[in-house]
Design a protein. Structure first.
Length: 258
């Protein structure tokens, strides 16, 4: 992915979680836990605001398919993602769904969907230009009367410098010989721009022997008002809903295509 920094183009490598460390993704977060709760909220919002049939859903930035695992109970799910490794995980977990490698900023699937979910992947739009391109592309893939649900992970107003979280591999998803600890850290090296660094440290112990890996992701960090303004510029009618998940402060935007 190419970002603009100080007026020059900077190319960032694919985060390792979506490449050589993608095998860790199934261990991080239970599809039957927070993912299931979030997806039930998504389904409720879609049904509340949509008009017309609700048969097909496009999961933009589907990752390893944990949202698709829950959403396929309600819709025929098509997922798109840029990472071949994550798409392989998604196909394994959801063989009845369709998954396509595509860039959310410029894809053309040559069809429209009844509803769209943009989850954490939208955070990787690290410039306002990329954010606008992703929203416009989503608008083009949504039928009239359809609904897109999207929510920022972070905004300028609520960002906490050096916020650090620790979580552990899901016990039911790993072999007994393996333990993994995930350490997440948010850091903004330049508050004057629209980006921050999300760094992951993986403490991997196989048969008690430690392997330490690091992984830095460059994510977008915009003022909250940029989100509804950019969505409206793409053509959406925008409805702002209160945060729906525990320990989250960001609103959820329900976006209707006229």
């Amino acid at each position: 992915m190419t970002n603009l920094k100080g007026g020059r183009a900077v190319t960032t490598q694919t985060p390792r979680l979506y490449d050589d460390l993608a095998w860790l993704w199934p261990l991080w977060g239970d599809p039957d836990g927070d993912y299931a709760e979030w997806c039930e909220h998504v389904v409720r919002l879609i049904r509340q605001y949509a008009s017309g049939p609700l048969d097909t859903l496009l999961d933009i930035g589907c990752g390893g398919g944990k949202n698709a695992f829950n959403l396929k109970r309600h819709f025929k799910v098509t997922g798109v993602d840029l990472s071949p490794a994550m798409l392989e995980l998604a196909r394994t977990a959801n063989p009845e769904c369709t998954f396509i490698q595509a860039d959310m900023r410029r894809m053309d699937l040559r069809r429209q969907f009844d509803c769209i979910l943009m989850d954490d992947s939208i955070a990787y739009m690290a410039t306002r230009k990329d954010l606008a391109a992703a929203f416009q592309c989503a608008y083009d893939h949504l039928r009239s009367g359809g609904v897109m649900v999207v929510s920022p992970d972070e905004t300028k107003e609520t960002f906490q410098q050096n916020r650090t979280r620790v979580s552990h591999a899901e016990a039911k998803a790993k072999p007994e010989s393996l333990d993994v600890v995930f350490v997440e850290n948010d850091y903004d090296p330049d508050p004057s721009d629209d980006q921050f660094e999300f760094t992951l440290i993986y403490l991997i112990r196989k048969d008690g022997r430690l392997r330490l890996e690091t992984d830095c992701h460059v994510l977008g960090l915009f003022p909250l008002e940029v989100w509804p303004t950019t969505l409206r510029s793409a053509g959406f009618e925008v409805h702002q809903e209160a945060p729906v998940m525990p320990d989250t402060v960001q609103p959820v935007f329900v976006c209707v295509k006229p």
